[in-house]
Design a protein around this ligand. Structure first.
Ligand SMILES: [Zn+2]
Ligand SMILES: [Zn+2]
Ligand SMILES: [Zn+2]
Ligand SMILES: [Zn+2]
Length: 393
């Protein structure tokens, strides 16, 4: 059927026209303005996408609620419901009023498609929370009230308060994380205790088994002990040997010692031989101070290295002096402490610290006459011997 257009100047724009158009832009299910519209390919009825989807699910079919067109009956590639772009544009351009009109919003009208952006993000009349709510400000109000609040009233706009609140927040975060850690540790301890309790249980049951076995053994042993012993007759294999007689002597076998003989340990003592040689210096001689040097000092000593200290023996001569001297004493931990006896009865103490008894080491022995003997002289005469050590073997 061909349609002929009515001239534009014959169309009447009035309230009834607007009402009719308004009804045509409504969903056939919810009667609200079409939202994301779908139009029936057959009858042209229009629905919101969500309304149509919900209706089909409830009805259990894919039919048009008005004319019953079933999408399944259409050829492949044909959709029963189509999106109408023109209707969508008309609906989006409908003008609406802001709900905050009486509460500080300056916009007279908004396009329907911008409604939520305006109300939630742009509207000066929308309700806001103070930005400082993170620090604890509880103030809420519209845009104008908020500007005034922040400029004049908000306590948390002050920098020192912000810092204080930040610090206390960090402290409390630290406490929260510490608490979490303690809870986790507590949990771990509980698990450990459970494991230990299970181990104790299993050990207890093993112990009970062992006790049972032990009891059985004891009972067996008791039974065996209660039985009379078997009648054992000793069997002699060889007759006892007769005593031997050689002439008038009679030989009786010697009894074996009850304990094996233990040989005393042989102590290994190593003897080293040394020669000390150099000079003698008298710092006091016949009671008078002096520094007279006598060359040709020589001492031969043997050192027994043994664990209880090293005994020292030896002899001494100064050049040109024939009287023999005997040495005795010890060396231990680098200390040489010896006594010298002359054959004429004189005695002297020789002493040295930090001595290294080794070939080529220097040596200095201080001495003091402690007894003059028959020879006479002065007790308390003293001096030192100084020289080198030579190891002879
Ligand atoms: Zn609807
Ligand atoms: Zn239809
Ligand atoms: Zn507004
Ligand atoms: Zn505030």
């Amino acid at each position: 059927m061909a349609t002929r257009a009515v001239p534009k100047d014959k169309v009447l724009y009035n309230s009834s026209t607007a009402e009719n158009i308004g009804v045509m832009l409504q969903c056939q299910i919810c009667s609200d303005f079409l939202n994301n519209n779908r139009e029936c390919r057959k009858c042209g009825s229009m629905f919101c996408f969500d309304c149509l989807d919900k209706w089909m699910k409830e009805a259990g079919c894919s039919c048009c609620p008005k004319c019953g067109l079933d999408a399944k009956e259409l050829p492949v590639g044909f959709e029963a419901f189509l999106f109408n772009n023109f209707v969508n544009r008309v609906v989006n351009n409908l003008e609406v009023t802001c709900p905050n009109n009486d509460n500080g919003c300056c916009e007279k009208t908004i396009k329907r498609c911008n409604y939520w952006d305006h109300v939630e993000k742009e509207c000066k009349g929308r309700r806001l929370k103070c930005e400082n709510c993170v620090y604890g400000c509880k103030f809420e109000g519209n845009g104008l009230q908020m500007e005034k609040h922040k400029a004049e009233q908000c306590l948390f706009e002050r920098e020192e308060i912000k810092q204080l609140m930040k610090r206390s927040q960090i402290d409390s975060e630290g406490l929260v994380s510490m608490n979490k850690q303690l809870v986790a540790e507590n949990q771990q301890s509980k698990q450990n205790i459970e494991v230990m309790l299970r181990q104790i249980d299993s050990l207890n049951s093993e112990l009970a088994k062992e006790k049972e076995i032990n009891l059985q053994y004891q009972q067996k042993l008791q039974t065996m002990m209660n039985q009379p012993p078997p009648n054992v007759v000793p069997v002699s294999i060889l007759p006892p040997p007769p005593p031997y007689s050689v002439g008038e002597f009679q030989y009786n076998p010697m009894p074996m010692p009850s304990q094996p003989l233990v040989m005393p340990p042989v102590q290994q003592v190593i003897t080293r031989k040394f020669r000390f040689y150099g000079k003698t210096v008298w710092t006091k001689f016949q009671g008078k101070g002096t520094n007279s040097e006598v060359p040709g000092w020589e001492v031969l000593i043997d050192v027994d290295d043994n664990p209880t200290g090293d005994n020292v023996r030896g002899s001494n001569k100064n050049s040109g002096v024939q009287i023999e001297k005997k040495y005795s004493g010890f060396i231990r931990d680098g200390i040489l402490d010896i006594t010298v006896e002359w054959t004429d009865g004189r005695r002297a103490k020789y002493y040295s610290n930090n001595i290294l008894l080794a070939h080529g080491s220097p040596i200095k022995l201080t001495f003091e006459i402690v007894s003059t003997g028959k020879q006479g002289g002065t007790t308390g005469d003293c001096g030192y011997n100084q020289g080198l050590i030579e190891q002879l073997q």
